[in-house]
Design a protein around this ligand. Sequence first.
Ligand SMILES: [Zn+2]
Length: 138
Amino acid sequence: MRRLWWGVLPLTLIPLLFGAASLQSGNGAFGFGLWAGAGWTAIQRLVALTDAQAVPVSVNTAHRLQAVMDACESDSACCALPDPVWEVMSVRCAACRNVLDPMPRPDLGRPRTERLPMAMLRLWMADGHALGPSEQQP
Ligand SMILES: [Zn+2]
């Protein structure tokens, strides 16, 4: 999911090139629209290079999930048979319902029940980030 999120950056070159071609010899409004949309996405991804918290699935996220799994296999587990599940608002144990990590699940890669157009619209609006409050450090 991390690669998918970052993979958008090289893909923005395509609308930028078509936008430049359209600005030079085609419809100027269409070219400007392509430039504005692709440029906004490229700038947002480039800003995320300096802020690790702006990425929906980061290395820090993987470390926190691994810490939850390690805690479940240790003697300090929440219950006898821990079953960690990454829910929409937090990582919880399915057996005892204890909150193991208050990290909301990013929208990118989450299984969903709505139909494809609505799912794509929501994913586009949230840019893969969690729909709940921002991450809190444990
Ligand atoms: Zn438990």
